[in-house]
Design a protein around this ligand. Structure first.
Ligand SMILES: Nc1nc2c(ncn2[C@@H]2O[C@H](COP(=O)(O)OP(=O)(O)OP(=O)(O)O)[C@@H](O)[C@H]2O)c(=O)[nH]1
Ligand SMILES: [Mg+2]
Length: 357
């Protein structure tokens, strides 16, 4: 899963990137990084303590830090959007934190103003892409292929929506799955899942409030965005402490879960993802799956051979295993299920694939 971190100048993108991935970034560097973040899931730790495997593997998210999205600079905009082309979701960073030595983005003195400006940039970028493709198809000096004619129809409809300054995702039900596929190579930003991330200072974080919060939440609801508040700089400083001191600091601040924990939960629910586990003496591992996926799809996530030679899957529930204490107990209570290819996997399922190739 790839996630692009975007936002106006100096809102805390790199700080948050650093917090999520644990990578140190030189603030003056002009090269932009990608980094892997472990999706910290307490259940993996508990399973690992139970099985004592040689290896414990968490699910991961891959983050891309990007340069500032600068509305006055066409080139920088193109650059940012190129960088997030192949991402599955965007983390849109807004700044609420007060810091005398860091100027607010121009015309963006509140998080809400920044949000409006950024959403306009998104719409504008998609409109540019869609319009230029329409122009190309309309000016083609040959008869369009059937596929291109369908594409043109979709693009014209999309242009209407974007010209109304609306997001394509709000009109998703006006397009079929196949129509969306026709334009998938353009990586339209207003179709991507978006997580609004507000970067707060300590006072705002304690008060759970900041200027323009109500207006932000209204947009979040209206657009179906996911939403999270982080205290970028401070959480990053806490992250750098030795583990035993970390817990205490977090507790003092009323934070029960780290930034990456909260963010991955938000991300999973926004993207409709669940986790399943495989366990054993060699490895305890968390895997990511789209909600509604079947047993054979889970098998394919582990290895294509397992999907190909799939016979049955043994499933036990994480909660049953933890409350009963061992696989043996779970089996004796008759709580292990043997399921076929089409069985729908649920969050927290522990899976063993029986296969033959
Ligand atoms: N007080 C405070 N300062 C912060 C916070 N987050 C970031 N900063 C400061 O704001 C400045 C900009 O932070 P960056 O993370 O570099 O912001 P950016 O969005 O990556 O900036 P550009 O890449 O230049 O657009 C730095 O001096 C940070 O130390 C925060 O939560 N609180
Ligand atoms: Mg930066």
């Amino acid at each position: 899963m790839k996630v692009g971190i975007v936002g106006l100048p100096q809102v805390g993108k790199t700080t948050i990137f650093s917090l999520l991935t644990g990578l140190e970034v030189d603030p003056y560097s002009t090269t932009y990084q990608k980094g892997i973040a472990k999706v910290y899931d307490k259940r993996v730790k508990i399973l690992s303590d139970m099985y004592n495997p040689k290896k414990t593997t968490y699910a991961t998210l891959e983050f891309f830090d990007t340069p500032s999205l600068n509305p006055n600079d066409k080139k920088s905009r193109a650059h940012v959007f190129n960088m997030v082309q192949n991402t599955d979701a965007l983390l849109l960073v807004l700044r609420a934190f007060k810091n005398e030595s860091v100027p607010f983005p121009e015309n963006g003195e509140t998080a809400f103003k920044q949000l409006r400006m950024t959403l306009d940039e998104f719409i504008f970028r998609d409109l540019e892409i869609v319009s230029s493709r329409i122009e190309k198809l309309e000016n083609a000096k040959r008869k369009l292929e059937h596929r291109e004619e369908n594409e043109l129809k979709v693009l014209l409809h999309m242009r209407d929506i974007l010209e109304n300054e609306d997001f394509l995702s709000l009109h998703r039900d006006e397009f079929t799955e196949d129509q969306i596929k026709l334009v998938s190579s353009y990586s339209l930003v207003t179709l991507k899942p978006i997580v609004i991330t507000v970067n707060l200072d300590e006072t705002q974080f304690e008060n759970k409030n900041y200027e323009s919060k109500d207006e932000i939440l209204k947009v979040v609801n209206e657009y179906n965005f996911a939403y999270i508040e982080l205290c970028g700089l401070m959480e990053k400083e806490i992250q750098e402490l030795p583990e035993n001191e970390r817990e205490e600091f977090l507790k003092d601040l009323g934070i029960t879960e780290s930034g990456i924990e909260r963010l991955s939960k938000t991300m999973y629910s926004q993207l409709g993802l669940i986790s399943f586990f495989t366990v054993g003496k060699d490895e305890v591992r968390a895997w990511t799956l789209k909600k509604g996926s079947t047993a054979v799809e889970a098998a394919g996530t582990i290895h294509s051979d397992l999907a190909r030679g799939f016979i049955k899957a043994e499933i036990i529930k994480y909660d049953d295993l933890v409350s009963l204490g061992s696989e043996k107990e779970v089996k004796e209570k008759g709580l292990m299920k043997l399921v076929g290819k089409e069985h729908v996997i649920e969050d927290g399922d522990i899976i063993t694939i029986r296969f033959n190739i």
